[in-house]
Design a protein around this ligand. Structure first.
Ligand code: KIV
Ligand code: ZN
Length: 515
């Protein structure tokens, strides 16, 4: 007598497409590759790597992601147009498991105002474009954009046609986050009952969060028979975002009794994935965010703490460890040796190559001279800093700040580039502003400071400051990260880090040697 197997739900991650196209979340090629590698560790089934025709940069990142990802399917989005489909295929053709994801809107509102096309024209285009894509690869996903506001009878006809043309997955997006759980589950049931060939395709759901119902709608649709979910890490995405991957996965796992389903996600990679995305984009999650927020596993009130001490099940429905959050209070310090350090890194889930481990250990030793106790968060911050450093064009060598409430702040900053030292002095509204202006002079490039944030990594007077800046040049935003026990130094490092991510092209000063 075998045990009844629960139904597998496929996780289609669109952090690098729907997520990346949202404000403040853009990533460069190196960052996208890093996120894609982490998504493989997380063990998602499908990575939507981008929208290949959107720009040459998008094309290149989809192509390179397709080249490195081995286990997951790699998809590129494309409108239902031959040139989009050609480009999408060109970008994913070397993937181990390529998928073309093509879409067209099926709601009256979109067809009338955006496409200026009739139902019959949209039906024909959907059928023809899936057939067209099918000449390139077997795995074709079709999305009926704004499906939740489409006339169901028309939607059924479109789905029947695209499956006939070869679609292996049909996606039913709630594009504007308008649906409610009952309604959306009803739509999925309607599709299962009224599309005669629906058994030949997976049913996918894609919910936006405009009414805060993205995850609820997704879960309702799964119960109604959908078997693929489209979601993003931290719920990033257009407007209010997409349904959050970590919330869907943990709801299914924690409430197996209700859902009778499973995913193949390695849940211990949820927190590391969230953290990586936050560092790469500089977009933080709110502290009370489910699963990955700073307070998601914190018990503050006396009654709760008392309950937790008596038995963790009183107030804990899942363990922090199950999502990859290490709650151990072990601290390292000045006298901790290499062995203790390596051990701790392993326990935190970092599997770094020897040379990177050496670099982080050197940074750890320097920090230990300035800070009594080194917590896990300090180690994670050191790794983040080392990771974001990458190719350094400019490197901070020295800075001097003069500041006070009766004088104008001035900053002298020396940066090094290819063995040359460049120096500038500037005044500003405060020490950080003065330092940023001095850097601007050194690099000879006008930049707009879009965002600046400074946070303490841990508690305590000797805590490290973690600075994030977003700099805008020619409509592109570059995120920089810096870490130091001195907050001005952390800010300067973050600014320089963002500068280093920019193409060092025209506009950047070439000679300003201070010897
Ligand atoms: O929200 C949406 O409809 C989409 C589709 C392109 C899948 O992102
Ligand atoms: Zn979307």
């Amino acid at each position: 007598m075998g045990r009844k197997m629960s139904r597998q739900i496929k996780i289609f991650d669109t952090t690098l497409r729907d997520g990346e196209q949202s404000p403040g979340c853009s990533m460069n090629l190196k960052e996208k590759l890093e996120v894609a590698r982490q998504l493989e560790k997380l063990n998602v089934d499908v990575i939507e790597a981008g929208f290949a025709i959107a720009s040459p940069g998008d094309f290149e990142s989809v192509r390179q992601i397709a080249g490195v990802v081995r286990n997951a399917t790699v998809a590129s989005l494309s409108r239902a147009l031959p040139k989009d489909i050609d480009t999408a295929y060109e970008a994913i053709r070397h993937a181990a498991h390529p998928r073309i994801h093509t879409f067209i809107a099926t709601s009256d509102i979109h067809m009338r105002y955006k496409l200026k096309a009739t139902e019959e024209e949209v039906l024909e285009r959907a059928f023809n474009m899936v057939k067209y894509a099918k000449q390139y690869c077997h795995d074709i996903e079709f999305s009926a954009e704004d499906a939740s506001r489409s006339r169901p009878e028309f939607l059924y006809r479109v789905l029947e046609a695209v499956i006939r043309a070869g679609a292996t997955v049909v996606n039913i997006p709630d594009t504007v986050g308008y649906a409610t759980p009952d309604e959306y589950a009803g739509l999925i049931r309607g599709i299962r009952e009224n599309v005669p060939n629906i058994h030949r395709a997976d049913i996918s759901v894609h919910c936006h969060n405009d009414l805060g119902l993205g995850v609820a709608n997704t879960l309702a649709a799964l119960k109604a028979g959908a078997n693929q979910v489209e979601c993003t890490i931290n719920g990033i995405g257009e407007r209010a975002g997409n349904a959050a991957l970590e919330e869907i996965v943990m709801a299914i796992q924690t409430r197996k009794d209700v859902f009778d389903m499973h995913t193949e996600i390695d849940t211990r990679q949820l927190y590391p994935s969230s953290r990586l995305l936050t560092k790469v984009t500089g977009v933080k999650v709110q502290s009370n965010k489910a699963i990955v927020g700073d307070n998601a596993f914190a018990h503050e009130s006396g009654i709760h703490q008392h309950g937790m001490l008596a038995h963790s099940s009183t107030y804990e429905i899942m363990t922090p460890e199950s999502v990859g959050l290490n709650m151990s209070k072990l601290v390292l310090g000045k006298h901790s040796g290499r062995h203790a350090f390596d051990d701790r890194m392993k326990q935190l889930g970092y599997d770094l190559p020897k040379e990177r481990l050496d670099e982080v250990f050197a940074a750890f030793k320097m920090l230990a001279d300035k800070k009594k106790s080194i917590y896990d968060k300090d180690l994670e911050a050191l790794i983040d800093e080392q990771r974001s450093a990458g190719m350094e064009t400019y490197h901070l060598t020295e800075f001097v700040i003069n500041s006070g409430n009766t004088i104008t702040s001035t900053a002298t900053v020396k940066l090094m580039k290819e063995q040359e030292t460049y120096e500038a002095v500037a005044k500003g509204y405060g020490p950080v502003d003065a330092a940023f202006k001095a850097i601007e002079i050194v690099v000879g490039q006008k930049v707009d400071l879009e965002d600046y944030a400074l946070e303490a990594v841990t508690e305590g007077e000797d805590a490290q400051g973690e600075a994030t800046v977003k700099l805008k040049v020619n409509e592109r935003v570059y995120t920089g990260y810096g870490l130091s026990t001195d907050i001005v130094e952390a800010s300067i490092k973050a600014y320089v880090n963002a500068i280093n991510k920019m193409p060092q092209s025209a506009g950047f000063r070439e000679e300003r040697s201070a010897g």
